[in-house]
Design a protein around this ligand. Structure first.
Ligand code: CU
Length: 181
């Protein structure tokens, strides 16, 4: 099951539980109060609350750790030491990519900036999947690390609306086999 569907299922189950809770409350409304039973159910509710809180806390901590411990954005102010470096400048409405040929199998450091306005630098694999992206911002250099696995012609497309010719603002990067040129 893809992750999106797992989340959907959990959300639907959660909404179902909330609905059941509402139906229960509505069904109980109007019944005469029984002090002992009320105290008992209040206690049960507090215990359930504490458990729910503990489960959510553990879930959030585990989820954050699992998704963030390998933070996908490299340090922006350190030497990254990648074996290949590509300089990228976006401008209305073209990309300047130097060099525009890289090798598969080893990491490429893209240093991405803009000569005018904000652009979105996105790399698409030959099959149309987006494989990496960052912002191209005037006055900043954003570093992006990516190791291409498959040789081929990759497409660079601007992902942030930047004026009249934003949509055709695209070019290509050639990825060649390791050791090739
Ligand atoms: Cu654009």
């Amino acid at each position: 099951m893809i992750f999106q569907n797992v989340v959907w299922t959990l959300v639907l189950v959660g909404m179902g539980l909330v609905a059941v809770g509402f139906i229960y409350v509505v069904a109980q409304a109007g019944k005469p109060a029984d002090e002992v039973a009320t105290r008992k159910s209040t206690h049960t509710a507090h215990v359930l609350q504490a458990w729910l809180f503990a489960v959510l806390l553990v879930g959030f901590v585990a989820g954050s750790w699992a998704t963030l411990h390998r933070f996908p954005i490299p340090p922006q102010h350190a030497e990254l030491g990648a074996p290949q470096v590509v300089e990228v400048v976006g401008r209305q409405w073209s990309w300047q990519i130097t060099p525009d040929t890289v090798q598969a199998g080893s990491t490429v450091e893209f240093r991405v900036t803009s000569a005018d306005v904000n652009h979105g630098f996105a790399i698409y694999a030959p099959d149309g999947r987006i494989v990496a992206q960052t912002q191209a911002m005037p006055g900043f250099t954003n570093k992006l690390l990516y190791a291409f696995r498959q040789p081929g012609t990759y497409t660079v497309q601007c992902l942030e609306y930047c004026g009249l010719a934003h949509a055709p603002m695209r070019t290509t990067i050639q990825v060649v086999a390791p050791g090739g040129k």
